[in-house]
Design a protein around this ligand. Structure first.
Ligand code: AMP
Length: 221
């Protein structure tokens, strides 16, 4: 099963993707994580993407389409994947559909996390991320045991530059302008399902499990 987790920044897609990928044995592919890794390593892609990411703008389509199509061609994507943060506009959606079609694959479901802007802003502005393992915390709802330090690998936690208020607002504007359109696009294809991204992590996970069960998807964990 190939699933797209769709919704605005701060909808909780990444958090759900981590648990869902384990529960259902699906590969979690996050374009945001892949791009941040490329920036960290200073690769050509990272150097091209950084300025866009810092401003909360979309990285050029050809860059993201390439990294995603390359990633889904790898062996570990064979049993299905959960895409998080892609596609983000019509061009990405169209080109991705074509690339999948060439491989005899398709998107089976798009799970839309309908989320209010207040919740998105509160989540992102309170989010702290581990500089080493990438684990996420939240200063109010999921604080680290020791302030500023990762519970898992004891590395430094940071407030991502693009999670700061001004950039968060721009990311939401970009979402509305470019990405929101895809709700209708996938609805017309009959593969859009909706959950509330405003729910708490565990509650939402249970909701998604029930929805997936109705779609015939069983856990492997
Ligand atoms: P995310 O962690 O998914 O919010 O992504 C962080 C940033 O990476 C975004 O604000 C964009 O600059 C870039 N990015 C991630 N996914 C995409 C995509 N599908 N298309 C263009 N830019 C992306």
């Amino acid at each position: 099963m190939n699933i797209v987790l769709f919704g605005p920044p701060g909808a909780g897609k990444g958090t759900q993707a981590s648990v869902l990928s384990e529960w259902y044995g699906l590969l979690h592919i996050s374009t945001g994580d892949m791009l941040r890794e490329a920036v960290k390593k200073g690769t050509m892609v990272g150097r091209q993407a950084k300025a866009y990411m810092d401003k909360g703008e979309l990285v050029p389509d050809n860059i993201v389409i390439n990294i995603v199509t390359e990633r889904i061609s790898q062996k570990d994507a064979k049993c299905g994947f959960l895409l998080d943060g892609f596609p983000r506009n019509k061009r990405q959606a169209d080109q991705f559909d074509q690339a999948l079609c060439k491989k005899g694959k398709k998107i089976d479901m798009v799970l839309y996390f309908k989320t209010s802007p207040e919740v998105s802003i509160r989540r992102l502005s309170g989010r702290r991320v581990c500089t080493n393992c990438g684990a996420n915390f939240h200063i109010e709802t999921m604080p680290a045991k020791l302030k500023g330090t990762c519970d898992y690998c004891h590395s430094l936690l940071i407030h991502r530059k693009d999670d700061q208020r001004g950039t968060v607002q721009n990311r939401l504007v970009v979402y509305k302008k470019e990405t929101n359109y895809l709700i209708g696009y996938y609805k017309d294809k009959g593969i859009l399902r909706e959950v509330s991204g405003d729910l708490k992590v565990k509650e939402l996970f249970e909701k998604i499990k029930r929805l997936f069960a109705k779609e015939g998807l069983r856990g492997v964990a």
